[in-house]
Ligand binder design. Structure first.
Ligand code: MTE
Length: 339
């Protein structure tokens, strides 16, 4: 099967991925005749692929059989990117509820229980729902998408996420014509999330962490409700069991451990914008031409193989390389004022 109408960010395979498992996986995919045969939705033919290339179940405590049923490549994946090694994605994190330094979330979120878990979707919708995460995992078509991941702090990674489009979830609740924005909320549970009760752990932020998108951004097919990475369900420090990934925006839009999604008419408040309105806007589109007041956004430290501190610098791309898909959302908007 060939991809028709490849978007511009669907690059040729010109850099090999660093992870052995991914090389092995591409080989298997080719042998099965599915090379570049990336379909947006799971089919009978490729269901079960993850069984072939996933690590043995005892290699990781959070391997999940629900993902093994459906993992596939997606046409929304950016091919040819050099992946950030899995151990770095798992240990270099921002999740202030579990500590404000990079290594802390992996330590402090160890054992954080994310099952059972429910997600409420309400507000300007015809059919408000409370969903059990287990049902979400079983019923949504989970795809793999390799995306660039750019933090406002000027570091970046390339990550193979697993998830489903937010649009497919929102269609279930039928947004009304008044639904102009989508607000997201992280679990608030100070007894289990240390930074929500301790200033020294959580930096004194007004929790729960909240984020928001316009309805057009939420419905864009690139916007991913993410349940895993590197073929496994999310580790707590990466936002288990459900987080947002908006690949053309700075990473802070990617709210973790979501329990509420609320559709509304007015622009909702967002955590970093409340903390520093001059530094963090509502839109937060990756933009090399608009510097953060305290540092340049023209380039970024790519976290790949080797030491984090000797990471190579690379130019930052407008909309993080996804302009063809999303620039039209901002037609007529002054991106310097609407940062
Ligand atoms: N979500 C919550 N609830 N709390 C946070 O502190 N940090 C954000 C985002 N989501 C954050 C959050 C920031 S600043 C970034 S860059 C990404 O998560 C980091 O995601 P990662 O650790 O999986 O790379």
């Amino acid at each position: 099967m060939l991809i028709k109408n490849r978007p511009s960010w669907f690059l040729n395979e010109n850099e090999s991925t660093p992870e052995a498992i991914y090389k092995q996986r591409r080989e298997i995919v080719k042998k099965l005749g599915l090379a570049a045969a990336v379909t947006p939705f799971a089919t009978q033919a490729n269901a079960g692929l993850f069984d072939v290339f996933s690590p043995a179940k005892d290699e990781t405590p959070y391997q999940d059989p629900r993902i093994a049923l459906k993992g596939i490549d997606s046409k929304y994946s950016t091919q040819g990117l050099s992946l950030t090694p899995e151990d770095k994605v798992l240990t270099y994190n921002n999740f202030y509820e579990f500590g404000t330094s990079k290594g802390q979330p992996a330590e402090l979120a160890k054992g954080f229980k994310t099952d059972p878990w429910t997600i409420t979707i309400d507000g300007e919708v015809a059919k408000a729902v409370t969903l059990d995460m287990d049902d979400v995992m079983k019923s949504m078509q989970i795809e793999e998408r390799i995306y660039r991941h750019r933090c406002v702090e000027a570091w970046s990674m390339n990550v193979p996420w697993l998830g489903f489009s937010l649009a497919s979830l929102l269609k279930l609740v039928q947004p009304t014509s008044k639904a102009k924005y989508v607000a997201f909320e992280t679990l608030y549970d100070p007894e289990r999330i240390p930074g929500q009760s301790s200033y020294s752990v959580g930096g004194g932020i007004d929790y729960p962490y909240v984020e928001g998108l316009t309805i057009a951004e939420a419905m864009n097919p690139l916007t991913l409700m993410t349940v895993g990475l590197y073929g496994k369900t999310l580790a707590p420090q990466n936002g288990a069991p459900l987080r947002l990934i908006v690949p053309w925006k700075y990473g802070f839009k990617g709210i973790k451990s979501i329990v509420k999604i609320h559709l509304l008419e007015e622009q909702p408040p967002t955590t970093w914008n409340k903390l520093g309105p001059n530094e963090y806007g509502f839109y937060a589109n990756v933009n090399p031409n608009v510097d953060h007041p305290r540092w340049s956004q023209a380039s970024e430290r790519f976290i790949g193989e080797g030491s984090i501190f000797s990471s190579r610098r690379q130019d930052t791309l407008m909309f993080n390389g996804y302009g063809e898909e999303v620039a039209s959302l901002y037609k007529g908007l002054d991106l310097k004022r609407n940062y």
